[in-house]
Write a protein that binds this ligand. Structure first.
Ligand SMILES: *Cc1c(COP(=O)(O)O)cnc(C)c1O
Length: 380
């Protein structure tokens, strides 16, 4: 994507800019995998449920994976019967279950108690599975680790092995990595599953390997293809993957404008027209997002800060080859996943406008008017 062209042509700031070609490039990588090994691909819509993204993804995937009633409804609206809707969540609510159950083709219950509570009220068209916690951690940070101690995600593999539950379901689901750039965790997890359940896996119709792998950043897909082929040959299983970040992470950019600059305790601070509230994981996990203009050898160090009243609304210190001027535009890169979906209007600062870049053209997809803010906060 041509960043200068984007900066020159944007008609508003801050802006969330999606690169359609980057999304399609990744979808084609996944599509090739589908054809090479017959795995099925779902887009995990919680990552970025923008309808335009769902429409772009639709022809390349076998459906969407969802985590709630609203996601299931949106998935149903976009797919209109042209793909599966797969759900797993620790939070099935009894008051929503009937409506949700009608929309699902596949469900992976998160616990045995959840299975016992809801399985009998499932529709005939829904294939029932269980989410298993394989008890294999590959993430150092507990906050990202579904297999952490006292995990709330999935049935403990030891518990599942001792119970008779596997005999009663059609599928198993696991999801235990985040932003993985090789298949070693997948190989280990499948080895463990095979060692526990062996031939009993052939009683199942499907196995969902979850998301968390950045397929577009992994060079060789051979190990993955071999794994899927073995699962199909040995157990005659339909194999699903449900990536999220892999599909939109590198395709999303936040373009912002410097609106003030001053020195504080000897360091230059630049205030931007965006804030950590447009990408809350920056604050939640204290991550420093990549900045297109950052030059590690630049002589001008600047602390980039958001425009809200929170003292910690800061992106970090970056370096620039020239001093930053008020009015200048900057681009945060690789922020397509888990940014806009978690964004909020704290302090009354609006959400960014959304643009799509496609065929060298920039098109505005969405502007959130004051009326949206007003509707949210005016009592009925
Ligand atoms: C979040 C999530 C995904 C998608 O994860 P990515 O890391 O974005 O690929 C897939 N499956 C489940 C169960 C999830 O919770």
């Amino acid at each position: 994507m041509d960043f200068q062209l984007i900066k020159n042509n944007l008609s508003s700031s801050p802006a969330f800019v999606l690169d359609a070609e980057e999304i399609i490039k990744t979808l084609k990588v996944l599509n090739t995998l589908r054809h090479r090994c017959g795995c099925k691909v779902l887009y995990s819509i919680k990552t970025l449920p923008l309808s335009t993204v769902l429409e772009i993804a639709k022809p390349f995937v076998d459906g969407f994976s969802v985590s709630s009633l609203f996601e299931a409804r949106l998935a149903d609206e976009i797919l209109a019967g042209q793909g599966g809707i797969h759900l797993t969540t620790p939070g099935i609510r009894p008051d929503e279950w009937d409506e949700m159950a009608r929309l699902l083709t596949h469900i992976s219950f998160n616990s045995i108690t959840q299975y016992q509570r809801f399985a009998s009220a499932t529709q005939a068209q829904t294939s029932i599975g269980l989410r298993v916690n394989p008890k294999l951690s590959f993430v150092n940070d507990d906050r990202f680790d579904p297999c952490r101690q006292y995990s709330k995600l999935g049935v403990d593999i030891d518990r599942l092995w001792q119970s008779s539950c596997l005999d009663q379901v059609k599928g198993l689901h696991f999801h235990n990595v985040f932003a993985a750039t090789d298949f070693a965790p997948l190989i280990k997890t499948l080895e463990k599953l095979r060692s526990y359940f062996g031939k009993n896996l052939s009683q199942l119709d499907w196995l969902n390997l979850g998301g968390g792998y950045l397929f577009n950043q992994i060079k060789g897909h051979r190990p993955f293809i071999d794994l899927v082929n073995r699962l199909k040959n040995d157990f005659n299983l339909e194999v699903y993957i449900e990536p999220g970040k892999a599909i939109v992470g590198s395709a999303g950019h936040i373009v912002t404008t410097v609106i003030d600059s001053f020195v504080s305790d000897g360091k230059t601070v630049a205030i931007l027209d965006t804030s950590v509230n447009h990408n809350p994981e920056v604050f939640e996990y204290q991550l420093q997002p990549e900045l297109h203009e950052h030059d590690p050898k630049g002589r001008n160090a600047v602390i980039l800060a958001g425009c809200t009243c929170l003292a910690g609304d800061v992106f970090g210190e970056y370096r620039f080859s020239k001093p930053l001027a008020v009015g200048e535009k900057l681009v945060f890169k690789n922020v397509g996943a888990y940014s806009l979906i978690k964004a909020n209007r704290f302090n009354g600062y609006n959400l960014p406008d959304i643009y799509m870049f496609r065929d060298q053209q920039l098109k505005k997809l969405k502007h959130y008017p004051y009326q949206d803010y007003r509707r949210q906060w005016l009592a009925d």
